[in-house]
Design a protein around this ligand. Structure first.
Ligand code: IMP
Ligand code: MG
Length: 183
């Protein structure tokens, strides 16, 4: 197993991140924006997005995990760090690296919604719609990706490959539907 075909080069990612930030700012809010980044996968994306969002943008990070050491989601989402952030009355943008089943984004959306924000929007760099199990609104998406495990630009496989400047498929057989439904 290794890193397979490059899906998006560093240049393509940089251009798309700048476009997304422009789109986010065009749609408002005009005032302060609070970005909630979902660790660890979204760290690289959030940091690049912040450079383009400008204005009064602050960033907080919470931790969400549903994967163990492999490529198959455990199906349970554990959140850590929500208690640290005060989102009452804030305009919030939740940012994750990738939407797969939708569980992580849905869990974070619910937790953020319970903190009394003024508005909540969601943004993912990558969207794997063929794998969705939970309906969750995605307001901004960078790229659509096929049903494969993706690495690079912050996305890891068992802690590896986050440091790749590009986004690539992991070169291994896709888990079978049976493996997935049991996960
Ligand atoms: P979901 O909860 O199934 O939508 O999965 C979303 C989370 O799982 C993301 O925050 C990622 O951290 C991780 N994830 C899902 N698919 C991939 C992938 O293809 N590569 C790396 N991480 C992934
Ligand atoms: Mg994640």
């Amino acid at each position: 197993m290794g890193v397979g075909r490059v899906l998006f080069t560093a240049d393509q990612i940089a251009r798309r991140v700048a476009e997304l930030a422009a789109e986010i700012r065009r749609n408002g809010p005009d005032g302060p924006l609070t970005v909630i980044g979902i660790l660890h996968g979204a760290a690289v994306f959030v940091n690049d997005l912040l450079k383009h969002l400008g204005g009064e943008t602050s960033a907080e990070f919470i931790e969400a995990s549903s994967y163990g050491a492999g490529t198959v989601s455990s199906g349970r989402v554990t959140l850590k760090g929500c208690g640290r952030v005060d989102l009452a009355g804030r305009d919030v943008l939740i940012v994750d690296d990738i939407a797969d089943t939708g569980r992580t984004l849905a869990a974070v959306r619910q937790a953020v919604g319970a903190m009394g924000p003024r508005s909540v929007r969601t943004c993912v760099l990558l969207d794997k719609p063929s794998r969705r199990q939970i309906g969750v609104a995605i307001d901004y998406r960078g790229f659509q990706v096929p049903d494969a495990f993706i690495v690079g630009y912050g996305l890891d496989y068992a802690g590896r490959c986050r440091d790749l400047p590009h986004i690539a498929r992991l070169d291994e057989p896709t888990p079978s539907p049976r493996e997935r439904s049991n996960s």
